[in-house]
Design a protein around this ligand. Structure first.
Ligand code: 5GP
Ligand code: ZN
Length: 113
């Protein structure tokens, strides 16, 4: 298994986990870009958001709702947060296993760089 996030999901590589259930895992980003920077991933390998199918709709909803629940749990629901998927080169995707970045705790610029 060569995918980094599959290896984190299986427990082969350690991560600072903040939430886990049968379908999804959330862990702190190793190089945080905000006071809260969590990655929410499906345990199942999906390389990019281009590879999602109709069968994944509930799973993607769960990723988004998990991010919202974590933001609320950490006290950022009202202040605000950003939840974003990067897809492929121009968006800066470096790990090809989909992951929702949850960023909060500072004012986030728009448009993004
Ligand atoms: P991307 O650039 O693909 O959207 O985001 C990949 C993210 O994964 C980056 O924010 C990067 O810091 C994070 N990352 C890369 N390798 C590791 C790792 O081994 N552990 C953790 N926790 N995060 C990682
Ligand atoms: Zn994977």
């Amino acid at each position: 298994m060569s995918c980094l996030f599959c290896r984190i999901a299986s427990g082969e590589i350690p991560a600072s986990k903040v939430y886990e259930d049968t379908d999804v895992l959330a862990f702190n980003d190793i190089n945080p870009q905000a006071p809260l920077h969590v990655l929410v991933i499906p345990k199942q390998h999906i390389a990019t958001t281009n590879d999602l199918t109709e069968a994944d709709e509930a799973l993607v909803g769960k990723l988004v709702r998990t991010a919202a629940a974590l933001a609320a749990q950490k006290g950022y629901a009202d202040r605000g947060y950003r939840a974003v998927f990067n897809c492929n080169a121009e968006a800066g995707q470096t790990v090809f296993h989909i992951h929702l970045h949850l960023l909060a705790g500072r004012s986030l610029g728009w448009p993004p760089g």
